[in-house]
Design a protein around this ligand. Sequence first.
Ligand code: SF4
Length: 698
Amino acid sequence: VGDSADFDKEVESICPFCGVGCQISLKIKDNKVKFVEGINGPANEGRLCVKGRFGFDYIHHDHRLTKPLIRRDDAPAKGLNVDPANWGDVFREATWDEALDFAAGGLKGRGREVAGFGSAKCTNEEAYLFQKMIRQGFGHNNVDHCTRLCHASSVAALMENVGSAAVTATFNEIENADVAIVIGANPIENHPVAATYFKQFAKRGGKLIVMDPRGQALKRFASHMLQFRPGADVSMLNAIMHTIVEEKLYDQQYIEAYTENWEAEKAHLKDFTPEKMSEICGIEPEVLRDVARTFAGAKAGMIFWGMGVSQHIHGTDNSRCLISLALMTGQVGRPGAGLHPLRGQNNVQGASDAGLIPMFLPDYQSVTDDGVRSAFNDVWGSGDFSNEKGLTVTEIMDAVHTDDIKAMYILGENPAMSDPDVDHARAALAKLDHLVVQDIFITETANYADVILPASAFAEKSGTVTNTNRQVQMGRPAVSPPGEAREDWWIEVELAKRLGLGWTYTHPSEVFAEMKLNMKSLSNITWDRLEGENAVTYPSLSPTDPGQPIVFGDGFPRQDGRAKFTPASVIAPDDTPDDEYPMILTTGRQLEHWHTGSMTRRATVLDAVEPEANCSLHPSTLRKLGVEPGGMIRLTTQRGSVVIMARMDRAVAPDMVFLPFAYVEAAANILTNSAIDPYGKIPEFKFSAVRVEAAHEP
Ligand code: SF4
């Protein structure tokens, strides 16, 4: 941290890491970010975590791409074989014109053979342009992004039962609650600034009910800690709801006024007694009853959830249960009440809102609706595109293997690290005829590229992003991109011109203005307002309304204004332990590292704190293996094997291993299962059967 003498300008922007969306002030000297301070944004009120405060210097890293690159004719076969500091035997430098012509030439005219992955790290305008390019340029909806890997099942359940994919209340509303459930989330590590509000809530007497198969630091603040068996969410939640029905603790008036299908839900819950479900979820019946009474008795209660809920083949069912729990207790649409899936990446909410999804156009308008497509075609001035839902992230990789997809445009995503059963994804990337990658580093995915387009980091560009709270916020350029790297929206426009789409945008504000034409969520939110106010929460009811932190107090955006109960049954995980693979592997993030590590492992402070690939096991498990903390172990699933350093962690159950997914040298997704939830199409990252053995260092 410095003082004003240490910098020559300061620029307000948004932290590029998690969905909390903390506002920051970047202190700049000599075109470099010298340090960062938190400012008074609606989500952070000046607070920052270690990533936001110290994780910014990756933007000045030597590995930054500074020129377009084209794969050499004599390059070795495609594989994970490129040194990001010394890539000359695989790629050659090219001019922008040559690289863009080459990129577009390999995509143009290929229709359904093309698929695109956009990015939740880019701005709303860049996400909008990306989905528009795939739809307008290739005539179909094969466009997706990492929401498929984090909250797609939550979105599916929310759309189905509430009629809206965003949170019903901001996380800051917890200050008006008296009870809050946090399930399948580890906010102190993954949404650290949101966690500060949760801790304050508990300290002033709020009842915090934490539910997770893994222990966590929030446990110290919890009135109840339910460390349930992995994969047993539905049995536990149904038992809690069974008690609410059995003891008539539900809110009959609310149910009658605002919901449908209650009788079916009530009948379905009959068999889920706490005694029976306790055998599956491992939580004592009396604890389940106490939680039911505590939540149902709340004056105002909130439910927060993370990827521990969503990343299962029954992820949509898990979210359906949480929605039903809130509806039967009338805990939606009031101060301190609501449903809040904690969104992961900084702009995963905005990228989803902007239509970077194969089944939805912007604002979750269905691609199957002729009227909707026609409204977009009117604005875009182009012919119709397909009314079929497109392929999702994992389906696209499968389609490469079956030769249905032969070319891809990947902007800012890293499926060579992030996809489940990642060797399958890497083989697909290697098989493509033509792969265009747009990024700031030679990521693992860029290893497989035919052409790499050097893009901009957050501090080098203009654009809006939307956080987990539905707050649309303004990001501003503070430094210029290195070398010939360019803003992502500029690259997209230049590529679209070469695809014959005739785009003429000269600034992201023009894109934002176009988005507003078919996105009611952006009503009353203008570029100029965001420049002046930094953030506006949607929906905003007037040009001066800062936005509504709580929605659905007077009904839901569904038929008849009613939310729906959808009963959920117990479904076992796909890859269950057996004699060969007797333990359970679960994956997730660590405080210091972000997703596939491409940014945070190049941030000096963060990498110094967490420099080495590691996994966590219970002390008794390590003792059985004869491995000391810090020793090496081998993890093997049906998909593959990694050798990694073991840490001792009492928070991990004795039959489990926790493996962070940021480390390429022991990539977690070599091990994970690609089985998907049938509704949200999200893979089951949170549960794989695994064998654990002592290993010597490789
Ligand atoms: Fe950035 Fe999230 Fe940390 Fe805030 S909580 S500083 S948005 S990583």
